[in-house]
Design a protein around this ligand. Structure first.
Ligand code: ADP
Ligand code: MG
Length: 521
């Protein structure tokens, strides 16, 4: 849904565009109009779905910028979240010059007191420090019209209930209250509702991976080998529309230029590019003018493209939820997809963690050799030649052709053509990707970094009675090989005739790839 349709002012729409948001996320689309209308709202949606902007935008719309009182209060469970939230609200409210301040424990209180004297209209704070300011009378909340309890599940888990009640006592009765949370155990809803008036409950279902549509593979490789291995896979799999995910912006740049140097039609997006450039690249990708998009997780948020055939996790995501977000870009709308995850030997624990969440075992693939990659490329080139011959008006070129044939051996001419249609192998164009710090070694049990998306069971409603995965490998006919390549006739990396594939949604059943991974049912 477009932000334009949500009833926000021009200033805010501009800020949204500057922030790089193309479309409102589902929780935003549903809750923003309600909050604008003055409703109390309980908003429940998975981590990373943009809940902050879901309340920030209508708050910014509703506050009176000429009024010097605190009009909106956002309570956050942790200092980090409070800071992040303040930054986001500040960013979105910059055009309207909204004054947004943050208070949290463990920081110099005198500085905060000074900033509170600057007449902020919006305050973000952690419960303890908010109470501190209230007691010192450095924060007056009697003009607050909007209250947000953000990350409510986390807040109550941390035992902030009493503090929150004390804070709420300071607020006018006539106010609007919003509660946002990733999970909503009955206890939280019960408590939350006490502070609210006839709240509307908006619940966005977590996206599940339709795993039976996605073949999920992993490849063990050392960090410095990944690039060459990946391009060889590109050659044997000839993916049509591919997203390569990587952990850092630097890698986005290096990988996209490396791919271009080897003749792939690739580009990268990350937060440092201008909005204009990002939109440009996204549009090229959307319209098939770009085969490979290299992106960071953050840059890829909000990207909604349906025909992605392959997702490559150049770097394994640290967080299993990110894996679901990433891989969920393919296997959409009933089409088959492939995901490939590179794992360095010491990252295997992360892989297992992901498998636990998705309840699917990824199948290992061995990197193809350069020769195998070339064989595949030649197969694709042969198809391409056939295409070219079919669509060429022979007469037009007859004279020049005759001249060339007099000069060269026919075989040499064809070889040159094939050479032109295949990509340079890694030995010809060396590409070096700067090493990044590896993920911290995970010691079996996952440490809890203040996240709240675990244990909520958001992804686990597959009716699985628990325990164990099942993995099914259907060995079918066709020219399946261990690199997960498609049937020969659909090999074409060069783009252009993607329609041929897209029209053929069920191509795998024709015996292209050999593996099927199914969720335990
Ligand atoms: P949540 O609170 O649901 O966990 P956040 O509000 O922290 O999620 O948002 C996660 C990320 O998504 C942030 O980086 C934010 O800037 C970004 N984001 C929010 N809304 C959008 C949108 N409509 N399109 C793209 N990115 C968005
Ligand atoms: Mg949040």
């Amino acid at each position: 849904m477009k932000f334009k349709e949500l009833g926000l002012s021009e200033d805010l729409l501009k800020a949204v565009t500057t922030a790089g948001y193309e479309e409102a996320t589902p929780i935003q689309a549903e809750t923003i109009p309600m909050v604008l209308a003055g409703q109390d709202v309980i908003g429940q949606a998975q981590t990373g779905t943009g809940k902050t902007a879901a309340f920030a935008l209508p708050i910014l719309e509703k506050i009176d910028k000429s009024n010097p009182n605190v009009q909106a209060l956002v309570v956050s469970p942790t200092r980090e979240l409070a800071i992040q939230t303040q930054e986001e609200i500040y960013k979105l409210g910059r055009n309207e010059r909204a004054n947004v301040q943050v208070v949290y424990g463990g920081a110099d209180i005198r500085r905060q007191i000074k900033s509170l004297k600057n007449h902020p209209q919006v305050i973000v704070g952690t419960p303890g420090r908010l109470l501190d300011h209230i007691r010192r009378r450095t924060l007056k909340l009697d003009h607050v019209q909007m209250l947000v309890l953000d990350e409510a599940d986390e807040m109550l888990n941390m035992g902030f209930l009493d503090d929150i009640e004390d804070i709420i006592k300071q607020l006018p009765e006539a106010r609007q209250t919003m509660l946002f949370s990733a999970t909503m155990p009955p206890e939280i809803k019960r408590v939350g509702v006490q502070f609210m008036k006839d709240p509307k409950h908006v619940k966005i279902k977590a996206k599940e991976l339709t795993t039976d549509l996605i073949d999920q593979f992993y490849v063990r490789a050392r960090d410095f080998e990944k690039f060459d291995v990946m391009t060889r896979f590109f050659d044997v799999q000839s993916p049509d529309l591919t997203i390569v995910f990587t952990r850092t912006k630097r890698r986005v740049d290096e990988i996209s230029s490396g791919l271009q140097a080897r003749g792939y039609n690739a580009a990268g997006i990350h937060g440092d590019l201008t909005q204009k450039r990002r939109t440009q690249i996204m549009n090229q990708f959307r319209h098939g003018k770009l085969d490979i998009l290299v992106a960071t997780d953050v840059a890829a948020r909000g990207i909604d493209i349906n025909d992605v055939t392959h997702v490559y996790n150049y770097d394994i995501p640290q967080d299993p939820d990110s894996y679901v977000h990433r891989v969920g870009r393919t296997g959409r709308a009933g089409k088959h997809g492939v995901s490939m995850t590179f794992v360095t030997p010491n990252e295997m624990d992360y892989l297992r963690e992901i498998e636990k969440l998705t309840k699917v075992r990824m199948l290992p693939l061995k990197p193809p050799s350069d020769e195998e990659a070339l064989v595949s490329q030649l197969g694709a080139a042969k198809d391409k030649v056939t295409d070219l011959v079919n669509k060429t008006d022979t007469e037009k070129f007859a004279k020049t052709a005759e001249g060339l044939l007099n000069e060269f051996d026919a075989e040499d001419l064809v070889a040159a053509l094939l050479n032109d249609l295949t990509k340079d192998d890694s030995s010809q164009v060396p590409v070096k990707i700067t090493p990044e710090r590896p993920l911290p070694k995970r010691g079996g049990k996952r440490h809890d970094g203040g996240g709240y998306h675990r244990g909520g069971g958001n992804h686990r409603r597959n009716g699985n009675g628990g325990g164990g995965y099942r993995q099914r490998q259907d060995r079918r006919g066709g020219d399946h090989d261990r690199h997960g390549s498609r049937s020969h006739d659909s090999r074409n990396h060069g783009g252009g005739d993607r329609n041929r594939h897209s029209n053929n949604g069920g191509r795998r059943s024709e015996g292209g790839r050999g593996f099927t991974i199914r969720k335990k049912d």
